[in-house]
Design a protein around this ligand. Structure first.
Ligand code: PGA
Length: 244
């Protein structure tokens, strides 16, 4: 089943979050829809989503269960709030908070252990694309972040291909560019994990809007979207969801 994930990033207070969720609940949203509000709104949104088909996700988490990690949030805390998904390795975490593939790999293993589905983000920056290294960068990220993941666990993942140059810039990647990368990712996963990788959902993220989603979703290997800016308004997010 296709999946659409709204990544609210550092936007919305608790009150604003509840307002947005109640507006979304009034729309007809098919497919699997996941909302990832900031940590401070998870509790309120979780309550608001009771009896709704919309699922809850977090934007990040620590790899340890508890402990002396000031300012961090543990997987156990997310579980208690009914978070089914967690975004890991978002490029903004890599760029602004120095998250490395190794840290992301540790988080991936914790998420699997705790049965929270990882939405693993990968993607090249503009320079890497320009010099023709996009695929090798993505391959390396996959190899590192999925290190020691067992074959049986791979279908649990959502892989989000998010070219850094397309995030929040209004420069969406062309559907053909995305398709080419998604099929490369699929091939790689099949080689690494065998047939189980057929069920992995590979979604695209980077300036997705109600206008460009139609062409993106017509591509064979695009199984959904990770939506930032356009997920902050009920109208635009519902329009995107309706295309799937
Ligand atoms: P954007 O963000 O849709 O605002 O480009 C996507 C993301 O970073 O997940």
């Amino acid at each position: 089943m296709r999946i659409i994930i709204g990544n609210w990033k550092m936007n919305k207070t608790g009150r604003e979050a509840v307002k947005l969720v109640s507006a979304l609940k009034k729309r007809k949203l098919g497919n699997e829809v996941v909302l990832c509000p900031p940590f401070t709104s998870l509790f309120l949104v979780s309550k608001e989503l009771k009896n709704s088909k919309i699922k809850l996700g977090a934007q990040n988490m620590h790899y340890a269960e508890d402990g002396a990690f000031t300012g961090e949030i543990s997987p156990r805390m997310l579980k208690e709030l009914n978070c089914k998904y967690v975004i890991l390795g978002h490029s903004e975490r890599r760029i602004h908070f120095s998250e490395t593939d190794d840290i992301i790999n540790r988080k991936v293993h914790t998420a699997l252990e705790k049965k929270i589905r990882p939405v693993l983000c990968i993607g090249e920056n503009l320079k890497e694309r320009k010099i023709g290294r996009a695929k090798s960068v993505v391959k390396k990220q996959l190899q590192n972040c999925l290190r020691d993941v067992k074959k049986k666990d791979i279908s649990y993942f959502v892989i989000a291909y998010e070219p850094v140059w397309a995030i929040g810039t209004g420069k969406t990647a062309k559907p053909e560019q995305v398709q080419e990368m998604h099929s490369f990712i699929r091939e790689f996963l099949l080689k690494m994990f065998g047939n189980a990788a057929r069920n992995v959902r590979i979604v695209y993220g980077g300036s997705v809007t109600p206008k460009n989603i139609k062409d993106l979703i017509s591509m064979k290997d695009i199984d959904g979207a990770l939506v930032g800016g356009a997920s902050l308004k009920a109208d635009s997010f519902a329009k995107i969801v309706q295309f799937f």
